[in-house]
Design a protein around this ligand. Structure first.
Ligand SMILES: [Zn+2]
Length: 182
């Protein structure tokens, strides 16, 4: 990656404005993040990591890189107990992609993981409730189309389509308002 712009990989996907702004705000930070996988991929931290595999950055007190990415993208944590939590679709603790990170409490994070892990599949799936992490999982896979995403995640096609179309959960996905069908 030679610049801070993100490649559009031909899917018509646009990076949310907030994420674009934070790229411009701290190019020094983002130059140490491998964003080569595209807007929905994990963005591994290229600097040092701690013993648990989380990226470390400094510039004042040493901070986890994922926490810094969360601050840059989503603002300061709403309260002291909030942590930078990784989405279920996220595959590395070094990840700094704002789309994979959100502020949540430890309890909230565990509840979402438990809900996703026990969500019903097959005939019972229409009752599955969307969580923020499921919504992010839908959004990350939207290029596959609502039918495939619904099958993969055990959700109803209608619920998935509403997320992809930006009718619901725009505050989570960052979908542009213009994505809403007339
Ligand atoms: Zn990730």
């Amino acid at each position: 990656m030679s610049d801070i712009g993100l490649r559009n990989r031909g899917s018509g996907v646009r990076i949310p404005l907030a994420a674009q702004e934070c790229l411009e705000k701290a190019p020094g930070f983002w130059s140490r993040v491998d964003r080569g996988g595209g807007p929905d991929a994990c963005w591994p931290w290229l600097g040092p990591v701690d013993k648990d595999g989380y990226g470390l950055c400094s510039g004042g007190p040493t901070t986890r890189a994922s926490r810094m990415a969360c601050i840059l993208a989503h603002g300061d944590p709403p309260s002291d107990e909030m942590q930078a939590c990784h989405a279920l679709t996220c595959t590395t603790r070094k990840c700094c992609n704002p789309r994979h990170l959100r502020w949540d409490t430890v309890a909230g994070n565990h509840a979402d993981i438990a809900a996703a892990g026990t969500r019903p599949c097959g005939t019972g799936h229409y009752k599955a409730k969307l969580t923020e992490q499921l919504v992010l999982a839908i959004w990350a896979r939207r290029a596959d189309g609502p039918t495939k995403v619904a099958n993969d995640l055990g959700l109803s096609r209608a619920a998935v389509r509403h997320v992809i179309d930006g009718k619901n959960w725009r505050h989570v996905t960052g979908a542009p308002a213009s994505a809403v069908s007339p």
